[in-house]
Design a binder for this molecule. Structure first.
Ligand code: PHE
Length: 345
């Protein structure tokens, strides 16, 4: 009996000591199994030792073992709660974040310089009351040429090397094709701006087979070349600066009469002469003119009552001038070193 009682108090001591050293719920679980859970636990072993006791001693011993078991159970339950708390605190500690630390900077994208210029042009013209019309990139011969007073075999067709898709269909060479669609479907007053891609078989430092144009068309009663000049003056001052002046030079387009090339005073040197303006003081930016009466008539507009002006400019050309780029390909490549420099300006 005495050795069994000793075992009992040793076991109690072991449980007390062991509990102090436990580090995790897992260890606690194993420890509990070792001491009180199941048939092979130390407490079960102690119970089975009872057989060797005299019958009158068994009841007393059994009671003591049970008390030990109840006590141990309580210890484990308390320890379990304590362990959970400790583990939760440790997790909080581990996952703690400092919300006051500034975030690591992320590189963000920019609009492409071509898009920047396009948006700027659209903004300026929208501010002057122009509506946006976006035409189709595939046109037929009639809209791209014939209705624009450029019938087959007209020498002016040579001005634009055309990509034909079939004898009838082609990739539009000019946004002017949109003029016809607009005048066919709208009655004057008309005031539209038509941005879009155009295509020509032409490829060198300042020409690309695909580029963007911006076409303007105004049709109303009493529209003259002076209205065009006034509007252009406003436009160039907004895009190139307040001091910029315009100059009209006679030119030729089949769909305008008279036709002009529009130059601006060099915004780099103020007109004194520099490498940008090739020492002339002037930079050509667009073609324009008074809408040819034949074009109005082709669209069913009374050319005695109405008149109009039109202009067309190359968006990349404007971007190249603005950003000092001398090769149009720099605008179509995706070399980040080039694009970054442009954006930093
Ligand atoms: N369409 C002409 C071109 O591409 C530009 C232009 C447009 C000229 C409108 C006059 C009027 O060269």
């Amino acid at each position: 009996m005495s050795s069994l009682s000793e075992n009992l108090s040793t076991l109690k001591g072991q449980i007390e000591d062991g509990l102090k050293n436990l580090q995790s719920s897992k260890e606690l679980y194993d420890f509990k199994n070792l001491f009180i859970e199941g048939k092979k636990s130390k407490i079960s072993e102690l119970m089975s030792g009872m057989k060797s006791l005299a019958p009158e001693e068994r009841a007393g011993f059994g009671k003591s073992v049970n008390e030990l078991k109840v006590w141990a159970q309580e210890q484990f339950t308390n320890m379990e709660a304590e362990m959970k708390k400790r583990e939760l605190m440790a997790r909080y500690e581990r996952e703690k974040i400092d919300l006051t630390i500034p975030a690591a900077p992320q590189p963000i994208g920019n609009l492409h310089p071509d898009t920047l210029v396009k948006n700027q042009l659209i903004d300026i013209f929208a501010g002057m009351g122009f509506e946006i019309y976006e035409g189709a990139e595939i046109e037929n011969d009639y809209y791209n040429f014939t209705a624009l007073n450029t019938p087959k075999d007209h020498p002016a067709r040579d001005m634009q090397d055309t990509f034909y898709l079939s004898p009838e269909f082609l990739l539009r060479t000019q946004t002017s094709a949109g003029q016809i669609h607009v005048m066919e479907s709208q009655k004057p007053p008309i005031k539209i701006l038509s941005p879009g891609k155009v295509f020509r078989s032409d490829d060198d430092a300042t020409h690309s087979p695909m580029f963007s144009q911006m076409e303007g068309l105004v049709v109303d009663e009493n529209i003259t070349l002076s209205d065009l000049k006034g509007m252009l003056d406003m436009f160039v001052q907004k895009i190139f600066g307040k001091e910029t002046k315009t100059r009209l030079r006679p030119s030729y387009f089949p769909f305008t009469e008279p036709s002009v090339e529009v130059d601006v005073s060099c915004f780099e040197c103020g007109g004194k002469g520099c490498s940008l303006c090739k020492h002339t003081g002037w930079i050509e930016i667009l073609g324009a003119g008074v809408v040819n009466k034949k074009v109005l008539e082709n669209c069913g507009i009374d050319s005695e009552k109405y008149s109009g002006f039109a202009f067309g400019m190359g968006v990349e050309r404007i971007a190249m001038l603005k950003y000092g780029i001398n090769n149009i390909k720099a605008l179509f490549g995706s070399d980040m070193r080039v694009l970054k420099q442009i954006n930093e300006k």
